[in-house]
Design a protein around this ligand. Structure first.
Ligand code: SF4
Length: 334
């Protein structure tokens, strides 16, 4: 988890220039960003607000974030801060998780269109129907849900998991048969690491699903000394080419601690940007794809969210309590 400090327009330009994206980060756009960043910081103080930013956000968003990390790290971080308002710069299911764990705080998401193909691939009704059908064959079946699910889904499952603790959570359950939702690739990865029977839901993250083994094999051939860091939401044949299979936060820690100097980052491009900015002494090659949902959150939208206190995330209390139970069980098991 990273906290950030304020920069002048000139410092911001030098900082963002490392990303090699001159059209996006021109002198003029950096001046505009510096002005909006200042206005957001003033409003944060007036509203007693914190901004949480997911690793896949635009780099300029990191400049107004109090914390940068993965979704669960951020939601848990929010429980420890003395703020009345949480502005969640990420996608909708992540803002819901922040609300589940912080029911008395106002949680805002700057753009309601920031959804997720993976979270949308499973509904609570479809899941209950599948669970009941499978329990006729596997009476001990329990459901493990990746945190990339809606609060409605979290409320009907037995336990949640993240990409970094999924294997541990599955192994800690007192049952042999597991229905794993919603990511088929993470489910296949968990199956490869456990003797339990893991039945995967048929969903995927469209960002990681687009990355092919042919893409990565070509990069590996061109950069034989670089370590290949792969997210377990990738296809199994991509995971097989990895030097390390890691969550986004795991990649940050690995890159900082490793003796290696060069890395190929196989996940959403925002993480490559974060690494390029935070670890300038090492080289990071982008074998990544952009998530259109994550990029719907902008600096301008974050300013409007704080000015107008929108869009508020609200949950039915039964759903919130059910989702919290599944998240807390994950923390106990992992
Ligand atoms: S990167 Fe994939 S899992 Fe993450 S928000 Fe985008 S679509 Fe969803």
């Amino acid at each position: 988890m990273q906290t950030v400090t304020e920069k002048s327009a000139a410092q911001l330009h030098d900082y963002l220039a490392r990303l090699d994206a001159p059209q996006t980060y021109s002198d003029e756009s950096c001046r505009q960003f510096a002005d909006i960043i200042h206005r957001i910081r003033v409003l944060k103080a007036q509203r007693n607000a914190v901004v949480l930013a997911h690793n896949y956000q635009r780099p300029e968003i990191f400049e107004v974030a109090d914390f940068v990390g993965d979704s669960l790290e951020l939601a848990r971080q929010a429980t420890t801060v003395d703020a009345d308002v949480i502005v969640f710069c990420g996608v909708h299911f992540m803002a819901e998780t922040a609300k589940v764990l912080n029911p008395v705080k106002k949680v805002l998401i700057p753009d309601l269109r920031a959804g997720c193909s993976l979270a949308e691939s499973v509904t609570a009704d479809a899941l209950v129907e599948r669970r009941d059908a499978l329990r006729k064959t596997y009476p001990d079946l329990q459901i493990v849900a990746y945190v990339n699910t809606t609060a409605d889904v979290k409320a009907v499952v037995d336990v949640c998991c993240t990409s970094s603790n999924a294997v541990k959570v599955v192994n800690a359950l007192p049952t042999q048969n597991i229905l794993f939702v919603p990511d088929e690739h993470l489910g296949a990865y968990v199956q490869s690491q456990t003797s339990k029977n893991v039945i995967s839901w048929n969903g995927n993250c469209y960002v990681h699903h687009q990355i092919t083994a042919e893409n990565i094999a070509r990069v590996k051939e061109a950069l034989p000394h670089a370590k290949i860091l792969v997210h377990p939401e990738c296809r199994a044949d991509v995971v097989a080419l990895a030097d390390a299979v890691l969550s986004t936060s795991g990649m940050v820690t690995y890159a900082k601690k490793s003796d290696a100097e060069e890395f190929v980052v196989v996940t959403e491009c925002g993480l490559s940007d974060r690494l390029l900015l935070e670890v300038p002494e090492k080289k990071f090659y982008k074998a990544c794809k952009l998530c259109q949902y994550m990029k719907m959150i902008t600096l301008e939208g974050t300013l409007v969210a704080l000015e107008q206190m929108k869009f508020q995330v609200d949950l039915d209390e039964d759903v919130r309590v059910g989702a919290e139970r599944s998240l807390r069980r994950m923390l106990e098991l992992s």
